[in-house]
Design a protein around this ligand. Structure first.
Ligand code: UT7
Length: 341
């Protein structure tokens, strides 16, 4: 848990946001051709109707760079002004170098850069690392990108997972600010739940071999119902803790922006928190679960559709493999985008 506001000499705030979704769309009807599933099953169990999928040759760093360029432009910050780039991802372009280094060169920055893996909670973890760097005076301007191409590690023969995930990226520029935008963050992890959601092969524990690739061990394996139960417990608990640490109540909350994994998880969390459904943002129908990109893509949707105004209190809340979870309470400081036409 970060120190309370009054103990921080410098505050951090989101001063730019952007997102990117690949052009290609995979609908539930397309998936009906691949596995024994139905649009009815997918919509009723998850709320997902379609998701975006990377083009051949399009990598996590390409998506992160595209989202980052938009975030930098909206922040009025040049890439050369960045002190640090953090990319949250579970699908790096390659084992090394870090995807953040590839993003750095693609956007023309020259600062320190590293990747962070907290699975689908990665964006919340990375945002906290950015705040810590700013509040400690080690950095003034940090780019945080959440980018994942989960379609590259999904087993398209496993109907219980392949219908859930999509690709995309979201990015924010976090700046040293006069007043705190980011008010509180709570993070958690429980490695005892590591087996519930993982890619078992391809790492040092079980390097990729012809056999392991053939057995699809380099793809996502998930115990869906157990992850579901965990999420329904973790999301309200983390959101409540972040609100409390920021001295806010549910009534103060303009938007709850949860990790977009499953509409039923979001509905259950809203019910437990007593947040009216219209204040819980969801775009899962059109993007599916984009892992590290999910929260910043959702936030960018809110921003570009003119539903965020300066001073609004938001809670971003995520959960994922690890198991990991985390929530951030913040005050939005960016003015609404100018209306076109
Ligand atoms: O970022 C974090 C990522 N993970 C999550 O958020 C996942 C959390 N879990 C979930 O969202 C849900 O558990 C799922 C959507 C994955 C599954 O929903 P469920 O209501 O928990 O279904 P289930 O796994 O208990 O399966 C119910 C039935 C099973 O058939 P039987 O055994 O009852 O005959 C499955 O085989 O549904 C079957 N099933 C499907 N049927 C049609 C599983 N996947 C599909 C499918 N289409 N795609």
């Amino acid at each position: 848990m970060r120190p309370p506001e009054h103990q921080r000499a410098v505050a951090a705030a989101i001063c730019g946001i952007g997102s990117y979704l690949p052009e290609r769309v995979l609908t539930n009807a397309d998936l009906e051709q691949l596995v024994d599933t139905s649009d009815e099953w997918i919509v009723s169990r998850t709320g997902i109707r379609e998701r975006h999928i990377v083009a051949e040759g399009e990598a996590t760093s390409d998506m992160a760079a595209a989202a980052s360029r938009v975030a930098l432009e909206r922040a009025g910050v040049s890439a050369s002004d960045l002190d640090l780039i953090i990319v949250a991802t579970s699908t790096p372009d390659m084992a090394f170098p870090a995807t953040a280094c590839l993003v750095q060169t693609k956007i023309g920055a020259s600062c320190a850069a590293y990747d962070l893996n907290a699975a689908c909670t990665g964006f919340i973890y990375a945002l906290d690392a950015a705040c810590a760097a700013i509040e400690s005076g080690r950095a003034r301007t940090v780019l945080v990108a959440g980018s994942d191409a989960l379609s590259t590690i999904v087993d398209f023969a496993d109907r219980s997972t392949c219908v859930l995930f999509g690709d995309g990226a979201g990015a924010v520029v976090v700046c040293a600010a006069g007043e705190p935008g980011i008010l509180s963050t709570v993070l958690g992890a429980d490695g005892a739940g590591a087996d519930l959601l993982k890619v078992p092969g391809g790492g040092s524990a079980s390097p990729a071999t012809c056999e392991s690739v053939a057995a699809r061990e380099v793809s996502i394996r998930m115990n869906g119902p157990e992850v579901f139960k965990f999420a329904v417990r973790a999301v309200p608990k983390a959101a409540r803790a972040a609100l409390k640490a920021a001295h806010l109540t549910i009534e103060d909350l303009a938007w709850l922006v949860p990790h977009q994994a499953n509409q039923r998880i979001m509905d259950a969390a809203a019910e437990k928190l007593h947040v009216p459904a219209e204040r819980v943002f969801s775009n899962v129908a059109g993007v599916g679960n984009t892992s590290c990109a999910s929260i910043p893509v959702a936030l960018d949707d809110l921003y570009t559709s003119g539903r965020l105004a300066p001073g609004m209190a938001l809670v971003l809340v995520g959960f994922g493999a690890g198991l990991t979870w985390g929530a951030t309470a913040l005050r939005w400081i960016m003015p609404a985008p100018a209306r076109k036409g």
